[in-house]
Write a protein that binds this ligand. Structure first.
Ligand SMILES: [Zn+2]
Length: 320
């Protein structure tokens, strides 16, 4: 329940306050350890919810997660941002090339596709591939109407009806900055493997909570993206999970997916707290941060300051 000083925020809300958060859990959702530390606390930048968002980290496996987690109704107040922001349009073809065109995939499902901009870009790399899209929002219907995907599947990949309908259909399943938004990323991985054909490829891109910018910038590190991201998975945990499922890790790229936005995002979050700052004073500061992000990216993307990771794994079985 909100405390007295937070009551003014309640006038902005469309939900009863008690439905914002689920009960706080006292163990890690990835490994079950009870050795949890508070990583960051941050106020709601949009002031739609009372109180703060809390990210905790597990000392046993380094998994990072929102605790207490927002309810589904509360999360609906914060629609996720489509993949491809902050220069992402330039990264999409490179992400598509992670699957070698020589593999000649016939069918590809992009999970969390939004408006289908990734399939649109990937078609230039894989012109003979049939791309389908899955998303929890009606954005995927727009993607089909715009001709960016052949089939639009609206819902959760873990929905038993959807998993059963799509089982074993795809040569490639891609998930770009998607797992961190799901309520159970392990179940999401299992569902992704279920809809792949034997020998098919799973392509995942996700933020790396071990990035040095996270320790440096704290609650102003943009990839925390609260409250939209429920989990931040250390890439090594994802690799171990895939290997335990019998997959072969084909490539791990820690430099190409780096998003040069850490300093710009931190400055933006800091300035958002100072809403009275005149625009003429804000622009040069943001421009300087953006220049630093872009200028340092060629160097930083090869270090622990790289903020994302791309994994290509092959499901066991005969090649499709
Ligand atoms: Zn853990």
């Amino acid at each position: 329940m909100p405390t007295a000083p937070q009551q003014p925020y309640l006038t902005r809300l469309t939900l009863p306050a008690e439905t914002f958060h689920e009960p706080r859990r006292d163990d890690c959702p990835w490994c079950g350890s009870d050795r949890l530390d508070t990583l960051v606390r941050m106020p709601d930048p949009a002031r739609r919810t009372p109180g703060t968002f809390v990210l905790e980290t597990c000392r046993a496996c380094a998994h990072v997660f929102q605790n207490p987690r927002l309810t589904a109704d509360a999360l609906a107040l914060y629609p996720r941002r489509p993949y491809g922001g902050h220069g992402g349009a330039r990264r999409r073809p490179a992400a598509a090339r992670a699957v070698p065109p020589a593999a000649e995939p016939e069918s590809w499902l992009d999970v969390g596709t939004g408006y289908g901009h990734f399939p649109e870009a990937a078609r230039e790399v894989h012109p003979y591939t049939c791309f389908d899209g899955l998303d929890t929002t009606p954005r995927v219907q727009h993607a089909r109407a715009a001709g960016r995907v052949e089939e639009a599947h609206q819902g959760e990949l873990t929905d038993p009806e959807i998993t059963a309908r799509l089982r074993g259909r795809y040569d490639v399943v891609s998930m770009f900055h998607h797992l961190e938004h799901t309520s159970d990323p392990r179940e999401e991985l299992r569902a992704a493997l279920a809809v792949l054909r034997p020998g098919g490829h799973l392509l995942i891109e996700l933020p790396d909570p071990g990035c040095a910018f996270g320790a440096l910038l704290g609650r102003r590190w943009a990839p925390y993206d609260q409250p939209r991201r429920l989990h931040l998975l250390p890439p090594r945990n994802v690799l171990a999970e895939l290997e335990a499922a019998g997959c072969t890790i084909v490539t791990v790229d820690r430099s190409g997916p780096h998003v040069p936005y850490d300093l710009t995002g931190a400055v933006s979050l800091a300035l958002a707290r100072r809403r009275t700052a005149p625009a003429l004073a804000v622009r040069p500061v943001l421009a300087a941060a953006t220049a630093l992000d872009r200028g340092l990216a060629p160097l930083l993307r090869r270090t622990r300051f790289s903020n994302a990771c791309r994994v290509l794994a092959r499901k066991p079985g005969s090649a499709p």
